[in-house]
Design a protein around this ligand. Structure first.
Ligand code: PMP
Length: 424
């Protein structure tokens, strides 16, 4: 007769040890994520997160669009699809990129889960542990997390008011090559940069393309904000003038809705094929529903009208932030003047440290992202302010509160300075 050993009660079963892969040890929470919980307090005006305004999210239009999609093509929308993405959407994406001078064909485009996935896949297929990625300094915080997870060495290149400094970029490439660790790619947000809001000037674009071409370094152009320009015309994408040397990452997160999680990558053909293989192993296929909704929105709703309304909303908030900064900030504080996108980059006077100031700012009812999160090192005197999410009056209130906090800090720093002087 068979007899069974009694199964031990669950609480006596010891869990196996957690044997994390080396790459998981490099996955660290981003500065912004940690801040979201603090900034969510009702009494705090958050100028921290770079989220679109709720008023710019076309909920009613998408409700109709989703109904139409399910009504006319329900089984298609709910079925598995290809990892490269819906062909109709890829055609529409080519039309969207044409506004920035890019000539692309649908076979060069792959749909991704936001441009964040595009960046992750590009990093996976191009970067081995220890490889060098060159970035602007500062750069987009989650790009730094992605490169850290890929165990890349990140080399930052200085920016000025016109974007990355060309000579510094050329020097960085030369130094990396001389060390025997040449750059795998140059990651850049040339238009309405996150976190500084800056734009790489037109002449600089040509210079940067030439420097990368000469050094044989691929450019990864991340451009989620390009169509949110406050001037008349969009800026010409880097990809428009060097399609073989540039991988372009796009997104509908800022222009339509981040909850749809639809972005894309346009890559030179050879790389595009490899990216599809990487996407297959990452997520098999996309949401057919979200892709069809975006496609239909682009084709049948006033995409241009929607963009115009979003631009004017964000321009109004940007103006409110700049006005209030000019009126309230003490001497010695400086900031960038963005011509599009979501962000202002502020520099504190003297020895003030934005991260150390953060608890006082929260107490004072305002949140921001300390600049050090956007650098591998440095950035202590900087902070990022976003005007995209709060209402115009909240933007003004947040800046007034911040300016009070900075005034107190300046006074405190003055006192410390005085004490030091007396002690000496
Ligand atoms: N790149 C940059 C520069 C961003 O600011 C963001 C979002 N904050 C992303 C990529 C990722 O956006 P998503 O995945 O929603 O397209």
């Amino acid at each position: 007769m068979l007899s069974f050993q009694p199964v031990p009660p669950l609480d006596t079963v010891t869990a196996p040890p957690l044997l994390l892969a080396e790459r998981a040890r490099h996955m660290v929470p981003s500065e912004t994520r940690a801040l979201f919980s603090m900034a969510a307090r009702e009494d705090v005006v958050s100028l921290a997160g770079g989220m679109p305004s709720p008023e710019a999210l076309p909920a009613q239009a998408l409700r109709t669009v989703l109904g139409d999609v399910l009504g006319t093509d329900g089984p298609g929308a709910l079925q598995y699809g290809s990892a490269q993405g819906d062909p109709v959407l890829r055609e529409r994406i080519c039309e969207v990129m044409a506004a920035e001078g890019v000539t692309a064909t649908p076979d060069e485009v792959m749909v991704t889960v936001g441009s964040q996935q595009a960046l992750d896949l590009v990093t996976r297929v191009l970067v081995d542990p220890g490889d060098t990625v060159v970035t602007e300094g500062p750069t987009y915080v989650t790009a730094l997390s992605t490169f850290a997870a890929g165990q890349a060495r990140v080399v930052e290149v200085a920016m000025d008011q016109d974007g990355v400094v060309p000579q510094a970029l050329a020097d960085a490439f030369a130094l990396c090559a001389a060390e025997g660790r040449p750059a795998k790619f140059f990651y850049t947000v040339p238009t309405f940069h996150n976190p500084t809001g800056r734009v790489l000037g037109a002449d600089r674009r040509r210079e940067v393309l030439e420097i990368c071409r000469r050094a044989g370094v691929l450019i990864v152009e991340d451009n989620p904000y390009g169509l949110l320009h406050f001037g008349e015309q969009p800026h010409r994408a880097l990809c428009a003038d060097a399609p073989d040397g540039v991988v372009y990452l796009g997104s509908f997160s800022k222009t339509l809705a981040p909850g749809l999680r639809v972005g894309w990558v346009r890559a030179p053909r050879a790389l595009a094929d490899t990216l599809v293989l990487a996407a297959e192993s990452a997520m098999l296929s996309h949401s057919g529903l979200a892709q069809r909704a975006v496609s239909r929105f682009l084709g049948e709703w006033s995409w241009q009208g929607h963009l115009d309304a979003a631009r004017s909303l964000y321009r109004g908030r940007r103006d409110a932030m700049l006005d209030e900064l000019a009126v309230t900030m003490p001497d010695g504080v400086s900031w960038t003047v963005p011509e599009g996108g979501f962000f202002v980059w502020l520099t504190l006077p003297g020895r003030l440290d934005a991260r150390a100031m953060m608890p006082r700012a929260i107490e004072g009812g305002v949140a921001y992202v300390p600049g050090s999160g956007f650098h591998t090192r440095g950035g202590a005197r900087n902070l990022r302010l976003s005007y995209s999410y709060p209402t115009t009056s909240a933007v003004r209130q947040g800046v007034r509160r911040l300016s009070d906090v900075i005034r107190d800090e300046v006074a405190g720093a003055g006192t410390h300075g005085l004490r030091e002087a007396v002690a000496r």
